[in-house]
Design a protein around this ligand. Structure first.
Ligand code: OAD
Length: 270
């Protein structure tokens, strides 16, 4: 693995590890890129990105659902099927390992994701979801969480059927929709409050696998920077973001295990 990395990149990983090991409050924001090596398509990568092949305004807005609920529901059922068997990759695993270690060493590591998959949880992380959860549904009218009547935890993944028939709310009879934040909708209040708090109060902010184009999530790095944090970006195609202090231009699944190994080595010896 190390042989794949250039000496310049290894030096940057070392610099990032040194910085991160010296900080107590760290905020990590992940995007679709961290799940790419697990086989889940991103949104904006050329050719493979979902928004390269589908129109977001037809599938991921409240207006689209009002216009054609069946089309939107079918698309999300297809995405669920696509994601159902996907497993965490070494980047998710490394973050979970760091989070577990941080709990003991006194570092405060807050993990925030824009992703609607549950690969961070599968890896063992505690994570705040800014854009909802692919495995949950709610009423499009009264917002009541959808209860599939199984008596099991609400819409746990194993209960989801990929049937494309529309479901209706047990309370008001309106259509059930995925519990995902669509374009033009507000983020979940508690999740956003926690994210803003972590970004504004961190000493280092790490942005992993996101194009940093979708606000308000994209503004968290700026908020951190304004409050004095150092910014690290991990992305094989770095964004043209001028606030970044250290760029690790490599796939997250390749660089994260090395970065975390170096951080934990330093924390243990400090
Ligand atoms: P994007 O698809 O916009 O960006 C993915 C980023 O990941 C790109 O910058 C890629 O270069 C990078 N990338 C690709 N493979 C990678 C790898 N192996 N390791 C690290 N980085 C890699 O995805 P997001 O920024 O997450 O919203 O998109 C933000 C939001 O837009 C999503 O949450 C979604 C979408 O519309 C909702 O669903 C509400």
């Amino acid at each position: 693995m190390l042989a794949e990395l250039s000496p310049a990149l290894i030096a940057e990983v070392e610099r990032a590890a040194k910085l991160l090991a010296s900080k107590q409050r760290i905020c990590v924001l992940t995007g679709a890129g961290i799940s790419a090596e697990s086989g889940i398509p991103t949104f904006r990568d050329k050719q493979t990105g979902l928004w390269e092949n589908y129109a977001a305004e037809d599938l991921a807005t409240p207006e689209a659902f009002a216009r054609d609920p069946k089309l939107v529901w079918s698309w999300y059922q297809w995405r669920r099927q696509l994601v159902a068997d996907k497993k965490p990759n070494p980047a998710h695993d490394a973050l979970a390992q760091w989070q577990q270690h941080a709990a003991k060493s006194g570092q405060r590591l807050t993990l925030i994701t824009q992703n609607v998959d549950d690969l961070h949880e599968q890896a063992g992380s505690r994570v705040t979801h800014l854009h909802g959860n692919l495995w949950q549904n709610r009423c499009s009218q009264c917002n009541t969480p959808y209860d599939n009547g199984s008596g099991m935890e609400e819409n746990s993944k194993r209960d989801v059927s990929f049937n494309e028939d529309l479901l209706t709310c047990q309370h008001c009879g309106d259509y059930i929709r995925p519990d995902i934040v669509w374009f033009g909708e507000a983020l979940p209040v508690e999740a956003w409050r926690a994210a803003e708090d972590a970004a504004a109060n961190c000493e280092a902010f790490i942005s992993i696998g996101t194009s940093s184009l979708v606000y308000p999530a994209a503004g968290l790095a700026q908020l951190a920077k304004q409050n004095g944090a150092k910014i690290i970006e991990i992305n094989p195609h770095p964004t043209p973001n001028t606030i970044v202090d250290i760029t690790l231009a490599e796939k997250a699944g390749v660089v994260m295990p090395l970065l975390i190994q170096k951080i934990l080595g330093r924390v243990e010896h400090s």
